[in-house]
Design a protein around this ligand. Structure first.
Ligand SMILES: Nc1nc2c(c(=O)[nH]1)N[C@H]1C(S)=C(S)[C@@H](COP(=O)(O)O)O[C@H]1N2
Ligand SMILES: [Mo]
Length: 420
């Protein structure tokens, strides 16, 4: 049973903070201190679920689609059920990871490039949280999946499908999948999460159990998780097969030109691969979307602030640079949380050398402004580089269009700003 404010299948709750509020803290709280304001973004394709953590069950199965060889890896046939209390018996693991909706920054793409389909997200459809729970890998190993370290290709063609019995707008449940190689990758640290920032998940964020797939678009981090199926196919759920895809060029054109809904779906389903890793991203949060002017300080500098997210598992972000002259001069930003204890794996100190590999970084930069007078129509660019060497596309500073407005990561953060 839902309560007022949970949204419905027809009108789910979707909300985000403004980017300035969002970047006030390294870890994004679910709500403001008084509890009156939602802070961490919420993305729902159906009503928020209120589940009972004492009776909730997660069922893990293997599927008949697996070949004989695949069944050997998977340890066939699997059909096991865990309660939340069963899961609490596994080694408890914490990671700090950014969770970003693929539609983050869609408004900028729409306003700047061309019309796109989807919720008009600003720059706040992202959060950075400390997630606690158990490693998906540990649970899969327990039910019989072989750990094939160094031989990940033996997982080829096997998918881990996630299931949530939540009615959704486009399907009768919410589902997603990831390749088994990702689920078993020790470097990826996929979690079956029960906690966010040290407290049990709130209903909004998936209580009592959700998936967290670090470095991969938020759509795969299934909330209110009640089923996992190991199969030779991706999840057949709408949100895996017919949504969250980058539709551009000829494919976008064909989809736009046909009125046949079935044909549109078929093209999306059969011709385009699902989105996976987040692209590297760097976003200007201050000046916020609402402010059209920036004031110089007594040293003739302006203050620009933001956040940056690494690509896939190639984090952390090592460097952020800012330009207010269309890329002629770059100024190195300070990464604010550098060395901060929050950027480590909090309860696993000493067991990993990784510092905030899946975390965002917050940054700020004093940018010197040439000359005395006001400057009109300034574009603010910001560019991140991660440990894997990924950086942002300088060929298309304004960004590149795609039909669903997903994966936007333009270096141009703001345009039309006046410096006074
Ligand atoms: N069951 C379920 N899980 C879900 C969704 C959903 O609608 N239902 N939305 C997905 C999407 S698109 C995103 S971006 C993240 C958002 O997580 P949040 O609401 O905790 O911010 O959850 C994912 N998991
Ligand atoms: Mo999303």
């Amino acid at each position: 049973m839902g309560t007022v404010g949970d949204g419905s299948v027809e009108e789910p709750i979707n909300r985000e903070p403004d980017a300035e509020t969002l970047t006030n803290s390294f870890l994004t709280p679910s709500k403001s201190q008084s509890g009156s304001k939602h802070i961490a973004y919420e993305r729902n394709h159906g009503p928020i679920q209120h589940l009972d953590g004492d009776t909730h069950k997660l069922t893990i199965k293997s599927d008949a689609s697996l070949s004989a060889a695949q069944s050997t890896i998977v340890g066939k046939p699997i059909n096991t059920t865990f309660s939340i209390s069963d899961l609490s018996q596994f080694h408890q693991h914490d990671i700090v990871a950014a969770l970003q909706c693929a539609g983050n920054r869609r408004h900028s793409m729409r306003a700047r490039l061309d019309e796109v389909q989807g919720i008009d997200w600003g720059n706040g459809a992202v959060m950075n949280a400390q997630w606690g729970g158990v490693l998906l890998r540990d649970v899969l190993e327990r039910v019989g999946v072989q750990a094939e370290d160094g031989r990940a290709d033996t997982y080829d063609g096997i998918h881990v499908q996630f299931h949530s019995s939540q009615p959704t707008q486009e399907d009768d449940y919410y589902g997603a999948s990831i390749p088994l190689s990702v689920a078993m990758d020790a470097e990826r640290e996929c979690l079956l999460a029960t906690h966010m920032n040290g407290s049990p998940l709130t209903p909004e964020h998936g209580y009592p159990l959700r998936v967290i797939v670090p470095g991969i678009i938020g759509a795969r981090s299934v909330k209110w998780l009640d089923g996992i199926t190991l199969a030779a196919e991706e999840s057949s759920n709408h949100y895996q097969k017919r949504d969250y895809k980058i539709l551009k060029g000829d494919i976008a054109q064909r989809i736009q030109e046909t009125d046949d809904e079935e044909e549109k779906g078929r093209i999306m389903q059969d011709e385009v691969k699902p989105m996976g890793d987040n692209p590297i991203n760097c976003v200007v949060a201050v000046p916020s979307e609402k402010s059209a002017t920036l004031e110089k300080d007594e040293d003739g500098r302006v203050m620009v602030k933001g956040y940056a997210i690494p690509q896939g598992k190639d984090g952390p972000v090592m460097k952020v640079e800012v330009s207010i002259d269309r890329g002629n001069t770059w100024h190195e930003a300070s990464i604010l949380d550098d060395g901060d204890e929050n950027t480590t794996h909090p309860s696993n100190k000493g067991t990993t050398s990784e510092r905030g590999k899946f975390s965002w970084v917050l940054w700020d930069c004093h940018v010197p402004v040439d000359g005395e007078g006001d400057v009109e129509d300034v574009s603010i660019w910001s560019k991140a580089t991660d440990r894997g060497g990924n950086t942002m596309d300088m060929q298309h500073p304004e960004g590149e269009w795609n039909l669903r407005g997903v994966g936007f990561n333009a270096v141009e953060g703001r345009r039309g700003v006046k410096i006074v």
